[in-house]
Design a protein around this ligand. Sequence first.
Ligand code: NAD
Length: 308
Amino acid sequence: MEWNKPALNDTHRVLFIGVGHMGNPMAHCLLKAGVDIAVADVNEAALAPFVGQGVATGTQPDALPGDVVITSLPTDQHVREAILGEHGALRGHAGERRIVIDMSSSAPSETQRLAAELAKQNVAMLDAPVSGGVPRAKTGELTTMVGGDAAVLERYRPLLAHMCKNIRHVGAIGAGDTLKALNNFLSAVSMWASSEALLVGARAGLDPQVMVDIWKTSTGRSHAVEVKIPNAVLPRTFDYGFSVGLMAKDLSIAASLSRELNMPAPMLAATEEHYLFAREALGSSADLTRVMTLLETWAHFELSAIPQ
Ligand code: NAD
């Protein structure tokens, strides 16, 4: 398939859709790098940090320019709406949009379906979900796992490099989404397990700070122990910047995959249940690190705040 490709000396104009926890710092990385961007978000408040910076902003993607459309949206359904919906990026822009790079964590089957529809309009697509959270989004040091045509990735690699330190082609369209969902399975297990371990240890008389310090250099270490717990649980700020609802979504993507493949994955199934429950109990938008407060409620025991 011959894509509507940019000329070698072409400079990209990016339409960035979805500037929440992740999209905001990612779009700012592009801005800092001198990339010409326009920004869309349904929430006016999310657009505010871009106003007065020479950036075209709006709540409707079809009103904004750009040949490269980057999405950082909650789910694949939001991506579909933002691209093909009534005011989606493709409305009235035939020939202008060259590629959609979905940096959300979407379901691989939905990404494949959208990519096939876009191909009919001569628009390429990559799935490039990211890992590293808000801290790495701010420093432009995310990891992205990219699915799609490897040659297309090479064309847009310099653009992604403004936001991502590690860029790896992992397979055909949807492969990035699959890898991302499985990554978050691992991340979800360690967040929940580390919180349980911390609470049991504290109840047994151990100092939570000492436990975390030891685990950081022991075999129990993980991103939860190294980053999420010290930064958002010990000081009781619960502001890591990733919601329990989005984590539950990622686990459902991974668990659906295991079911489609007819493979037993008991830990994955149990982890999905834990987070579906947490989403109900805490509310979808609650910070992921609030899992600790659920455990505390059940234990009738609360950790004291430790400023970091
Ligand atoms: P978020 O909810 O903070 O931001 C999403 C933004 O999209 C919001 O500003 C919302 O108003 C906007 N939006 C929703 N529907 C829209 C539409 N139809 N058109 C335009 N804008 C729309 O979510 P987030 O935490 O930034 O996550 C974005 C994606 O990245 C998700 O898929 C998530 O799973 C993934 N992710 C998040 C993190 C993290 O640490 N927060 C890390 C890695 C990946």
